[in-house]
Design a protein around this ligand. Structure first.
Ligand SMILES: Nc1ncnc2c1ncn2[C@@H]1O[C@H](COP(=O)(O)OP(=O)(O)OP(=O)(O)O)[C@@H](O)[C@H]1O
Ligand SMILES: [Mg+2]
Length: 268
């Protein structure tokens, strides 16, 4: 199942940052605290759940059979930096690009009657490569990414935790190629409030606004999750659990606080 995704203001800012990097073919870095939505936003921008399904074909006879015209507009590769053995990294990225190119060629041949032509250039129709979790990478791997960028004609976005921009500043050659830096911020209070009021379904939780006993319970959620998407999700699963165990049907401040106490991390 696809995770529900809400196009928040932060997402829109992030998408503008990606558009700008693509336009100028720059290297961009994006950093933000854990759980604010960097990975999910990158995948959403890249339409990765769709693309990944199309490029995960097994045999040659499977290529492109489920593709539709959307594939022609998919020009972003999303890749998570490996936690070990980064030596495979460049090969992996090339493979993703090659597979995407293959699906597009087959689609064009099958559906649009174009000549059967397979390019050996995996970057031909890729204009952005997003690498997530770059905090894991050592200098050597970062240098390989720089090489990859230099040899090709696409934008590169590196996603990491706050502080990564300072670490990269120690590598002048890579750093000098960075065109834009973007901080992925947490949700504002107003937007959290808006999401809590109007976007339940999109969050994939079964709770409804009328389940709240009072306004204070909502304010408590906003305060303790502090704009962090992951905490909002976690807190809601706990709230659902507590309501069920205690056979309650209304969310009070007590319920929210009990839910918070049963979460291990992140909430003070
Ligand atoms: N726009 C969104 N709409 C709905 N849910 C979201 C959204 N952004 C984030 N989430 C929720 O928050 C969780 C954390 O998001 P994500 O994994 O993208 O964070 P992250 O910034 O990459 O964190 P980390 O630095 O730990 O990797 C997601 O699993 C999802 O449940
Ligand atoms: Mg992440």
């Amino acid at each position: 199942m696809n995770k529900p995704f809400i196009e928040t203001k932060e997402y829109k800012r992030f998408a503008e940052f990606c558009d700008a990097c693509r336009k100028y073919k720059y290297i961009g870095i994006c950093y933000g605290l854990p759980g604010v939505g960097k990975t999910l936003s990158s995948q959403h921008y890249a339409k990765w759940s769709y693309v990944n399904k199309q490029i995960s074909y097994k045999g040659a006879d499977q290529i492109g059979i489920n593709a539709d015209e959307r594939i022609l507009n998919c020009k972003t590769i999303f890749y998570t930096a490996p936690s070990i053995k980064a030596s495979q990294m460049i090969g992996d990225i090339r493979l993703l690009g090659g597979r995407l190119g293959m699906v597009k060629s087959v689609y064009k041949y099958l559906e649009e009657g174009e000549e059967e032509k397979y390019s050996t250039d995996w970057t031909e129709d890729v204009d952005l490569v997003i690498i997530d979790e770059i905090d894991r990478l050592k200098l050597q791997s970062l240098e390989q990414l720089r090489d990859l960028y230099d040899q090709n004609n696409f934008a590169l976005i590196l996603i990491g935790m706050p502080g990564i921009e300072k670490r990269l500043a120690r590598y002048p050659q890579l750093y000098s190629r960075i065109g834009f830096a973007h901080e992925f911020e947490k949700l504002s209070k107003d937007e959290t409030h808006h999401i809590l009021q109007y976007k339940w379904d999109e969050l994939g939780v079964s709770i409804k606004l009328e389940d709240f006993s009072d306004y204070e319970a909502i304010s408590t959620i906003i305060r303790i999750t502090n704009g962090n998407f992951r905490l909002i999700h976690r807190l809601f699963s706990q709230i659902e659990r507590i309501l069920e165990i205690n056979q309650l049907n209304s969310i009070t401040t007590d319920v929210v606080e009990a839910a918070r106490d049963s979460l291990v991390i992140g909430i003070k």
